[in-house]
Structure formats: C-alpha cells, structure tokens
Design a protein around this ligand. Structure first.
Ligand code: MN
Length: 129
C-alpha cells in the first residue's frame, strides 16, 4: 500500500514546514497550500487521505473550508484535523462540534500530532516504519 497522502493547509511558513517535515520523516507523502480556497481545489483533484487544516487563514477560514469539503461528494469523506493557535477548551469543543476529525493546538506537539494522524488514518503504521 502506498504511503498515505496528507494535504497541509497552513499560511504560517514555519508551521507548514514543521508539519511537512515530521509527516515526511514518518513516511507520509505531503501536499501544501497556503489558503483554504487552494486547499479545497487540491483536495478535489488529489484526493488526499487526510487534510491538516489551520483554522486562522487569509480569506476563507478553516471552519468554512471544512463546510465546503463536507458539502462536496468528492471530498466529504476525507478526514480533517484542525490546527489552531487557540487552545481554549471552548475552542476545542467548537472545533470538534464543527465536524473536524481531530484537533491540535499550536505550538504543535510532534508526538501528539503524529499519534492523532495515525489514529485518524485508521491506526495503520505508515509505510517504511
Ligand atoms: Mn494561520
């Protein structure tokens, strides 16, 4: 089985690089977009196994992007993990209520992030591990 493909939607260059580096080092393939609008387009075209979505984005935010992905039969089954700078308990509850499959606060804990990715992808180890 090919390595899972993960789309990162993140406008912060440093955080995008961190997410990409830890995912690639774990054996996943990655794609990256800076905006939600681009992310939705890439998700439709590339059919990633998972989307890692920043909430605070220029233009459309991550919650609106999730709604767009869920509306479209082409993307509605793709799991989406939210990444947000807000780690307030209320924000976490709101994000999960919005329908995200997971939630990570910034700064990212690499271990917790990779565990959640693995869980959301179905518990299988990435190729090469
Ligand atoms: Mn952001």
């Amino acid at each position: 089985m090919a390595e899972s493909l993960i789309l990162i939607v993140e406008d912060n260059a440093r955080n995008a690089k961190l997410l990409r580096d830890v995912l690639q080092a774990t054996g996943y393939r990655t794609l990256h977009t800076v905006t939600a609008e681009e992310g939705i387009e890439v998700a439709r075209r590339e059919q990633p196994d998972l989307v890692v979505m920043d909430i605070q984005l220029p233009g459309m935010d991550g919650k609106a992007a999730l709604r767009e992905l869920r509306k479209d039969p082409a993307t509605q089954r793709i799991p989406v993990i939210a990444v947000t700078a807000s780690v307030m308990p209320l924000e976490r509850a709101e994000v999960l209520a919005a329908g995200f499959n997971g939630f990570q606060g910034k700064p990212i804990s690499v271990k917790a992030f990779l565990e959640e990715v693995k869980t959301v992808l179905g518990g299988g180890a990435p190729a090469g591990s």
